[in-house]
Design a protein around this ligand. Structure first.
Ligand SMILES: [Mn+2]
Length: 351
């Protein structure tokens, strides 16, 4: 931790340092991270105001984690603001506190004692780059792998199934009470990032954590219904287009589909309606990895990649080639261009 921050918090430092001894030697997800867990715990305890930021096109884990932390800190009497660069998808409107998230232009980070980035290791993805580098106390809690850490305190746990998974362990470890609202937000993050408990990341431990969150009042059936079992007509129509355009590349084992900006407009659909399509492409048995290219705005293309453990493909390496990133089995990137078809072949052309 930086010198100035340490000085700022020195009054209660000694007192809180003692408590760390209770955690040391514990196993589990955060077993080797006692020091940073402790530093983050202290920093948040001492803060009067906290800005929580999460990534562009926020998903269930980004929003669930941000809102869970918001509820916890507000219960401690702190002033908290939550920021996401883009609006929350419709399907997450059931999350308690979602109406308080600020979208688009972030609040001034210098007005907050602490800035926390969740589910995003880079300041660019939260669109706070250039705004928080000089901030004395920035915290990043994430399960994405990244080459360089940009925050002062980094709790990065790639083996975690979700950022909400890390937060749940963090709250348990620091004896933070978990209310029904907090449990609902955390379970939504875990449920969505594990692909409804179907991805390889679904371990006995995470099911136990999920069960404990249900014990605190989170309703799994409600979360499942709101996030995956409710489809509107535009959503079904855009899925139809994506599925009708499936292409298999026998040489690379790639299953690819395409959605253009015109498709979205004609179906009245948004990028959010396509959530889950790439996983569906990946269900073809001969597929090594799946790619969905979506021109979500004229000239802006988003690529979503998925694979499965037994297929031996690292899709984050493919995403990196296009300036993106992610995990071995789920990654993404963005490129500038239009998706154009000629003679049955799709190409990305410069805008
Ligand atoms: Mn996540």
């Amino acid at each position: 931790m930086e010198q100035n921050t340490q000085k700022r918090f020195s009054a209660s430092w000694t007192n809180l340092v003692k408590r760390r001894e209770d955690w040391e030697g514990q196993s589990g997800l955060l077993g080797n991270l006692d020091l940073v867990v402790h530093d983050i715990h202290v920093s948040l305890k001492m803060a009067r105001s906290v800005l929580i930021g999460t990534h562009e096109h926020p998903d269930g884990d980004a929003l669930g984690s941000a809102l869970a932390l918001m509820h916890v800190l507000r219960l401690q009497g702190k002033e908290v603001a939550v920021f996401a660069p883009d609006p929350a998808p419709e399907m997450f409107k059931f999350l308690p506190g979602i109406e308080q998230v600020v979208y688009g232009v972030p609040p001034d980070p210098s007005l907050f004692d602490v800035v926390v980035l969740l589910d995003s290791t880079t300041t660019e993805r939260v669109r706070l780059d250039g705004l928080i580098e000089s901030h004395p106390l920035t915290i990043c809690i994430d399960h994405h792998v990244h080459d360089a850490y940009q925050c002062k305190l980094n709790l990065i746990v790639p083996e975690a199934a979700a950022t909400a998974h890390i937060l749940t362990e963090f709250f348990n470890k620091t004896n933070t009470p978990i209310t029904k609202d907090v449990a609902t937000c955390l379970l939504t993050g875990i449920f969505t990032d594990t692909g409804s408990f179907m991805h390889d990341s679904t371990s006995p431990e995470i099911l136990k954590l999920a069960a404990a969150l249900m014990g605190k009042g989170a309703r799994l059936s409600h979360i499942a219904h709101e996030t995956y079992q409710k489809k509107e007509l535009p959503g079904l129509k855009i899925w139809g287009r994506a599925l009708s355009r499936i292409m298999m590349n026998e040489k690379t084992g790639a299953t690819v589909s395409i959605i253009t900006a015109d498709d979205l407009a004609e179906c009245g659909a948004t990028l959010d309606d396509l959530s889950g399509v790439v996983n569906m492409l990946n269900t073809l048995p001969e597929t090594k990895f799946a790619l969905l290219l979506t021109e979500y705005e004229k000239g802006k293309i988003k690529g979503s990649l998925r694979s499965e453990p037994h297929k031996g493909v690292d899709v984050s390496a493919i995403a990196k080639k296009f300036g993106g990133g992610g995990h071995k089995l789920a990654a993404g990137f963005e490129v500038v261009g239009h998706l154009v078809e000629s003679d049955g072949q799709w190409r990305v052309v410069a805008p």
